[in-house]
Design a protein around this ligand. Structure first.
Ligand code: GLU
Length: 337
């Protein structure tokens, strides 16, 4: 007879921050109702609604925050990132799950992806339906996230996001629908799928992250202020002036198409650069590249955001500015990550 030694159960720390996954409303509200309160259900109560969780991993839970994720100001983002980094340093933690509101989940995932000095699995999830709705998606998403964070093959892939059975990279995932459980996507597709409690991988992110990123939450006190201005017909220059007056060190312009700037804004945006504020051209379209000197002349000291959407570009510009405000340095960071 052959002796089988069972692998020890993996240990996952689950950090709850609020969101719809911790939401509750009238029991008869149905799947699509917006009539619920976000961030009200304590994490232990949430976990009690996930059958079989114990079989997936040994889960320790902590209620770090209890907020609607639209209230994630940078100070809270840094607080969360420090807590996750601290957990990853502990030898008794094999992986971390963060429960997060879906509205700003993409910002947090992107920031953690670039600033956590670890190769342990870190997985974010949330829910599009409150726990009291019919077909609530939270419990299955929690089970998938725990199984993903506990899986040894999840290590070294950067920060992961799973919702609706799909696995995305924190680098480029985005909430692209306001309703329904399949609300997340990436212009580059997903990395894989959860099947029978384990990940099936199909892609890997080619850009540096976590241990190979030059940014580290453990050496970061605050983020420089960066604003985003979205393009539309009949724009005004005052909105850019307002960000400069507020002390922004960079402004991301979610420009038209491939980063095109209206002719009537050119003098204003050149002036923004002349005042020492880095102007980053991104696209409002949600997919595709903004390339340097392609749809506009970046000799003004502008930066082209490549495939990064405006929300990611805000954070990447802020990270780049923690090192240098030289637009060529900021451009190099956008080209690298
Ligand atoms: N605005 C809420 C939040 O992001 C609800 C959205 C959600 O969690 O799905 O926390």
């Amino acid at each position: 007879m052959q002796a089988h030694t069972k692998a020890p159960r993996r240990r996952v720390l689950l950090l709850a921050t609020g969101g719809t996954i911790a939401g509750a409303g009238p029991a008869a509200a149905g799947t699509g109702s917006a009539a619920y309160d976000s961030a009200v259900v304590p994490v232990q109560q949430l976990l009690a609604q996930v059958p079989g969780l114990d079989a997936l991993a040994h889960v320790a839970a902590e209620q770090l925050l209890q907020i609607d994720s639209v209230d994630f100001i940078d100070a809270l983002l840094l607080q969360l990132a420090r807590r996750v980094a601290g957990a990853c340093r502990q030898s008794e933690v094999d992986g971390v799950v963060v429960l997060h509101g879906t509205d700003t989940l993409q910002e947090t995932a992107f920031f953690l992806h670039l600033t956590l000095p670890t190769d342990k699995p870190v997985v974010l999830t949330g829910a599009m339906r409150a726990g009291t709705a019919l077909s609530a998606d939270g419990p299955a998403n929690v089970a998938d996230a725990v199984a993903l964070a506990a899986h040894p093959d999840s290590a070294g892939r950067g920060v992961l996001v799973t919702l609706g059975g799909e696995i995305f990279s924190g680098r480029d995932v985005a909430k692209t629908r306001a309703q329904g459980p399949a609300a997340f996507s990436s212009p580059h597709g997903s990395l894989g799928w959860m099947a029978d409690g384990a990940p099936r991988w199909y892609r890997r992110v080619d850009r540096p992250h976590t241990l190979h990123s030059e940014f580290n939450i453990e050496t970061m006190d605050a983020l420089p202020l960066v604003g985003v201005v979205t393009s539309h017909g009949n724009m005004r220059t005052e909105v850019f002036d307002a960000w400069v007056a507020a002390g922004a060190r960079a402004i991301v312009f979610a420009a038209f198409g491939g980063g095109t700037v209206p002719s009537y804004l050119l003098p204003e945006l050149a002036d923004v650069s002349a005042r020492g504020v880095v102007l980053v051209r991104a696209s409002r379209t949600g997919c595709g590249l903004v390339l340097r000197n392609a749809t506009a002349d970046d000799a003004h000291g502008w930066v082209a955001a490549a495939d990064h959407g405006p929300t990611q570009a805000r954070l990447l510009a802020a990270l780049a500015l923690t090192r240098s405000a030289d637009p060529l340095h900021v451009q190099a960071v956008f080209d690298r990550y």
